[in-house]
Ligand binder design. Structure first.
Ligand code: PHE
Length: 586
C-alpha cells in the first residue's frame, strides 16, 4: 500500500516533501512509509533525504495528569469544602505519588493549609496544568515559562521525529520490478555434494565470482550457498549447499570479477579443461593443507533469529537508551511481543550493573526497565548468542573457543555497504589472562587462513568491549588483461597467491572486535582473571567484495526483502526454533 502510494505519487509529482505529512494525507502508518522508503531507496527507485524535528510530547506521567487532572487539583478536590481532613485519611484517598506531589504543589499555590489536619484556603481552583497538557497533546506550543515548569516537573519531553523527503531516484519506476525468486527450503536441503566448487554469475551486472570450498566429512555442519543468475535475471540454479565443511577455515572465497561474456567464451571454447584441472589440483592441495591444521573452535547454536532485547543488548551492557535500540534501527516483533523466560537472578545483576555499576565500574546511572529488556526482536548481531553461551559457560568455567556463521537483521537503508539482512561470522575465545595481543594474533591467523594477510586495526567503541578494534582489509584489485584466457588464469593465480594488492590503496572495513567488558562478564559469574576476546565480521563484505549490485542480489535472496514484509510473517514462524538446516551458513 505505502509502496504503491509513494511510487504512484512520484509519477506525477517532483517530490514528497515530508513523509509524515504524506502518511497522514494518505491514511498510512508513518512507520510503514519509512520502511518502504528505506527499501525503495536501497534499490535506487527513490532518493531520500533525512528530516528531523523535535516535538514536545507528554511523558507517561504527563499523560496521566492530562486525563485525570494535576496532582494538586486531585488533592484539593479530596479535601472537604468545609472543615478539614487528617493527613492519614487524605493519603488513603489518593495514589501515593499524587498525594506527595499534590501536597507540595497545593501548598506552594496556597490552596490548602497543611499540618496534621488539612483544610482548604480557597473556594475554587483552576487546573492550569491539565489545560496546558491537553493543549500540548493537541499540538499547541506552551509559553516559555509554562514550558520550563512542565519540563522541570518531567511532564513533557522533547521527542525527535525522524522522517524523509523523497524524490525520484535513478532507477525509478512506477511499480517495483520483481527479479529473483526466493530461496526456498528445498533449495537449501536438496543439494549436498561431498565437495564442490561453483561459479557465481551475476549476469545482470556482468560479473562472475568463483567459489571454492573444500569439504570435510564427519565435521560439524557448516556450509555456504551459491546462487547463479541467468541472463534472464531469474534464479536459474542452484544453491550449492555444502555440508560438512570443517568450519570456517575450509571455505575459500574468490569473488573476483570477470565479465559474463568471458565466462561464456571460456566454457564454450578451450578453457574449461585447463581451468578445471587447476581447480582440482588446487582443491587437493588446500584440502591436505587445511586438514592438517586444526582450529578446535566449537560452533554456537545460532538457529534462533528471534531474541529478547535482554540477550541482544542488556546482557551486553548496552544501555536502554542506546540509538541501536530504536525501532528505526532494529526490527521489533509484534507477536510474540515479549519474552517469557529470563534467568531472574542474572537479570537482577545486569540491572544493577546498568544502574549503579560494580566490579570497578560506575554503571550508566539510569533507571533500568524490565519491559525494555523483555521486548522481542530479530537479532541485530550474533553476539546475542555469544552472550547466552558465555552465561552458560560462566556457570562452570573451562577455557573455550566458539564460532558461528548466521543471519542477522537491521532496519537499515540499503546501500553499497549496508544490508537489512546479512550474515555474521562471530568468534570468541574465553580463557584466563588473554590480552589484546591475543586478539590481534587470532584475527591475523584467522584471516590468513582465508587468504587475507594484510589487515589493519583501528580503535573503535562498542558498549560491550574495551578496548575495541575495527578490522580493515585490502580490497582486491581488478587487473585489466588483454585476452580472456590471461584474465581468467591471472585472476585465479592472483587470488591464490595474493589476498591484497598494493596498487589499490583501499581498505575495507570487514568487522569489529574487542575484549568483553567486566560489566558484561562479571555479572555472568566469571571471575576477574577470565577474559574473552571476540570478533564479529560481515560475511557478505568479505566474500562478495563490495559491489552494490551483488549485495542487492543477496538481499533479494533473503526472505525478508523489506521491513513491511515482516508484519506479514505469521507469528508462529517466530515461536518455533528454526531448524539448523534452514539457517544459511549451516
Ligand atoms: N557485535 C558486533 C557487531 O555486530 C561485532 C563484535 C562482536 C564486536 C564481538 C566485538 C566483539 O558489529
Amino acid at each position: 500500500m505505502a509502496e504503491e502510494a509513494i511510487l504512484g505519487y512520484l509519477e506525477n509529482h517532483e517530490e514528497i516533501p515530508d513523509s509524515g505529512q504524506f502518511a497522514t494525507d494518505n491514511g498510512l502508518d508513518h512507520n510503514d512509509v519509512v520502511n518502504v522508503i528505506k527499501s525503495l531507496h536501497g534499490f535506487l527507485y527513490i532518493e531520500a533525504q533525512d528530516i528531523k524535528r523535535e516535538t514536545l510530547v507528554l511523558t507517561e506521567e504527563g499523560r496521566k495528569y492530562a486525563e485525570k487532572g494535576s496532582p494538586e487539583v486531585q488533592l484539593f478536590l479530596a479535601v472537604p469544602e468545609e472543615g478539614s481532613i487528617s493527613k492519614e485519611e487524605l493519603q488513603k484517598l489518593l495514589d501515593p505519588a499524587v498525594f506527595k506531589i499534590g501536597c507540595s504543589q497545593a501548598a506552594k499555590n496556597k490552596w490548602v493549609q497543611m499540618g496534621n489536619q488539612i483544610s482548604r484556603k480557597v473556594q475554587h481552583v483552576e487546573d492550569r496544568v491539565k489545560d496546558l497538557l491537553l493543549r500540548i497533546q493537541d499540538g499547541q506550543e506552551p509559553g516559555k515559562d509554562d514550558n520550563n515548569s512542565l519540563k522541570a516537573r518531567k511532564l513533557t519531553a522533547l521527542q525527535t521525529w525522524k522522517g524523509y523527503s523523497v524524490k525520484r531516484g535513478p532507477d525509478y519506476a512506477p511499480t517495483r520490478r520483481r527479479t529473483a525468486t526466493d530461496l526456498t527450503r528445498e533449495h537449501l536441503l536438496g543439494y549436498a555434494p561431498i565437495f564442490t566448487w561453483g561459479f557465481v554469475v551475476h549476469n545482470n551486472f556482468n560479473t562472475l565470482g568463483l567459489f571454492l570450498a573444500t569439504v570435510h566429512l564427519g565435521q560439524p555442519n557448516c556450509g555456504i550457498y551459491v546462487a547463479i543468475h541467468t541472463p534472464k535475471k531469474s534464479l536459474l540454479a542452484i544453491i550449492f549447499k555444502l555440508i560438512d565443511i570443517d568450519a570456517i577455515e575450509f571455505i575459500f572465497p574468490y569473488a573476483h570479477d570477470v565479465s559474463f561474456a568471458t565466462v561464456l567464451q571460456m566454457f564454450i571454447q578451450v578453457l574449461p579443461f585447463v581451468f578445471l584441472s587447476i581447480l582440482v589440483v588446487f582443491l587437493c592441495l588446500t584440502f591436505v593443507h587445511w586438514s592438517s591444521i586444526g582450529c578446535s573452535f566449537e560452533e554456537m547454536p545460532t538457529n534462533k533469529y528471534v531474541e529478547s532485547s535482554f540477550w541482544n543488548f542488556d546482557a551486553l551492557f548496552q544501555p536502554q537508551q542506546h540509538p541501536a535500540r530504536d525501532s528505526h534501527d532494529t526490527f521489533f516483533l509484534k507477536a510474540p511481543e515479549t519474552t517469557k523466560q529470563l534467568p531472574e537472578d542474572y537479570v537482577e545483576l545486569v540491572k544493577r550493573v546498568h544502574e549503579s555499576g560494580g566490579y570497578g565500574s560506575r554503571g550508566y546511572g539510569y533507571e533500568w526497565k524490565r519491559e525494555e529488556a523483555n521486548k522481542n526482536l530479530l537479532r541485530t548481531h550474533t553476539t546475542a548468542i555469544s552472550s547466552r553461551m558465555l552465561y552458560a559457560l560462566a556457570q562452570s568455567f573451562t577455557p573455550k573457543k566458539y564460532f558461528s556463521i548466521d543471519r542477522v537483521f537491521r532496519n537499515e537503508a540499503v546501500d553499497r555497504t549496508h544490508l537489512a539482512e546479512f550474515h555474521q561470522i562471530e568468534g570468541l575465545v574465553c580463557d584466563r589472562g588473554l590480552t589484546l595481543g591475543h586478539l590481534i594474533g587470532v584475527l591475523q591467523d584467522f584471516f590468513s587462513r582465508l587468504g587475507m594477510d594484510k589487515l589493519k586495526f583501528k580503535p573503535a567503541y562498542n558498549p560491550y568491549t574495551e578496548p575495541s578494534m575495527e578490522i580493515f582489509r585490502y580490497k582486491i584489485m581488478n587487473y585489466s588483461y588483454r585476452c580472456t584466457a590471461c584474465k581468467v588464469i591471472g585472476n585465479l593465480i592472483r587470488s591464490i597467491y595474493a589476498s591484497y594488492h598494493e596498487g589499490l590503496e583501499k581498505w575495507v572495513e570487514i568487522g569489529n572486535s574487542g575484549m568483553f567488558r567486566p560489566e558484561m562478564l562479571r555479572p555472568m559469574g566469571f571471575s576477574e582473571d577470565v577474559n574473552v576476546i571476540a570478533w564479529g565480521l560481515s560475511l557478505e563484505r568479505w566474500i562478495l567484495g563490495s559491489s552494490r549490485k551483488t549485495l542487492y542480489a543477496l538481499l533479494e535472496l533473503g526472505r525478508l526483502r523489506n521491513a513491511s514484509a515482516l508484519s506479514s510473517v505469521p507469528s508462529s514462524v517466530f515461536e518455533k526454533q528454526i531448524p539448523m538446516s534452514l539457517c544459511l551458513g549451516k
